[in-house]
Design a protein around this ligand. Sequence first.
Ligand code: ZN
Length: 403
Amino acid sequence: MPHVDGAGVRARACRSRAASLAALGMLGMVGLLGTFGTIGCAAAERGEEARDAAEPIRAAPNASGAAANASGVAANASGAAANASAPARDEQGRASSEGDSDVRITISAVGDCALGDLAGVAGEGSFTAELAKHADPIAYPFARVRALFAADDLTIANLEGTLTNHDGRANPVFAIRGKPEWAEMLAQGSVELVNLANNHSHDFGFVGHEDTKRALDRAKVGRFGHGVVDRREVRGVTVVNLGYLGGPQGTQARVVRDVAREAKPGTIVVVSFHWGIEGSHATAPDQQRLGRAAIDAGASLVLGHHPHVLQGIETYRDRHIVYSLGNFVFGAHSQPADMDSLVFQETFHVRDGKVHAVAERRVPVRISSSTRRNDFRPTLLEGDEAARVLDKVAKFSASIPAS
Ligand SMILES: [Zn+2]
């Protein structure tokens, strides 16, 4: 069995960080830390949020353009899953019977993607070592989900970590870094858009973050969060993505202000939150408060990540709040205890200036093609395993307070 030395590798990045700090006597209650990240993470978050508050929201340079085709991956990828997810359309991609103002758009969402190694970890079991075993390392991580993503209109992930060659590590406990050229993994995997509002975006400081943004821009992968909003036209419909850290004070006021500004008639507004308690399947009250506030302000869909495990899905005012999507391509952890994940798909029907969520699909996934370790290649589940994951999500969903 492959191994990676160091207990930290086996533990989830931020949670372990909290545990390490606790072990060092720097902190008494790990549980407190766990809410919305850790002390060290929170420091980075405060800096970011201060910057958010100071800067007007701006469009990312790559925000416009043909979102669905940004990856250059042909939409004719084979696979039953992909075919099943594709809504019926004519050549223009519009719903065939009801005219120009009537469009169906399918958005897919996945959780934490760490396209790199934990700093200080190398050798057997690491992301880098796994890639070296494969003839096409860029295509490898998303190889088994690419067909599904190529068949939708937009795929959104959380990019947890950095893509940089910079050595100036700024996160002393857990720092995630991959090569800038690995941004192309997202493009080839038909992931068009990533959230950068998370506690690992500055693991290699300002330089690492700038490098990451440049790498994504070069690969034509969109990005949002930390004050950047992604606005794009998808088959004639404006889709807006906003991303926030859940923890910092004032987040709710910013979310409500931003969503209210963006939620024009006929616009799909997707809000991503990096929030919750690491390792917890239970939805924290603050998650529910923020998620519902975003919907109340006009959001069409709320996506969550950071716990590294699945949480429930709430239907609130006919919108979905997906509290935690778990991990996805997660290079920073070679032996996670829980490898269950989900692709969440929502189909919106946009008609006469109104956005209706008309179909929801939960596609169960194991984050690895191996059951014995994480080989960083998410794989669609079938049969009993798929049913088990769906049951689990249904159970978590049922435990979310109704009010
Ligand atoms: Zn996180």
